[in-house]
Design a protein around this ligand. Sequence first.
Ligand SMILES: [Zn+2]
Length: 253
Amino acid sequence: MFPIKKNFIPKLKQAGSSFSRFILPPRCLACESLTANQGGLCTNCFKKMAFITRPFNDKTGDPLPYEDAIDDVHLQDKTAYRKMRAACLYEETARRLITSLKYKDRLDLAQHMARLMFLNGQDLLKQADIIIPVPLYKKRLTKRRFNQAGELARHLALQSNCHFHPDILKRIRSTKQQTRLSMHERLKNVEGAFHINPEKRQAIKGRKIILVDDVVTTGATIEACCRALLRDNPCYIDVLCFAKVVDYAKGPT
Ligand SMILES: [Zn+2]
């Protein structure tokens, strides 16, 4: 046996890291340009990422201009969920990340996006028991091969003490794309589209649920999911999404 020099192992690791950086140099998660570190954004994409930071509305998670600002729009809020949190507004970089995850098979993005969701959703995750993703209809799931909300929820469960339950909530019929529909049409479109897997009913009774989605626009889908879940009497449902559309965030910021 030859003696191993004191700094041999760290130097070997350093050499391995340099080699892997040479073979696979770090790239921006959103635009794939070269960056300094793995798993981050380039300066340009970072500037176009509208992170939601405090102060925000405690119920909806929407950003507020200053602490104690009264959010008139949500004073009359009667949504079925208890609280919602989002990592960022749905603008240029967020849209790119979601599109790459959903349509370009960039499953590697899910863990990074979930990490950002975790930061803003910590207060909800600490109190929750189980994490449930907004489900896809089986035809769409077969075509895409994965549920993007499921991937985010799975990584959030790994980062918290919550149990991941991807098969409790089911989408029992296909729904139209919501993009071009009015609020009323959106609610009609998803009404009764979700139900609970009868074999899993017991799992949500009296439990604190986090419902996860990639993007929330009007909240019609979230509302329909909550109504289906509430029939089986959980304690409450909180919502955690990656990006959220709020009135003043329409279009790139
Ligand atoms: Zn970039």
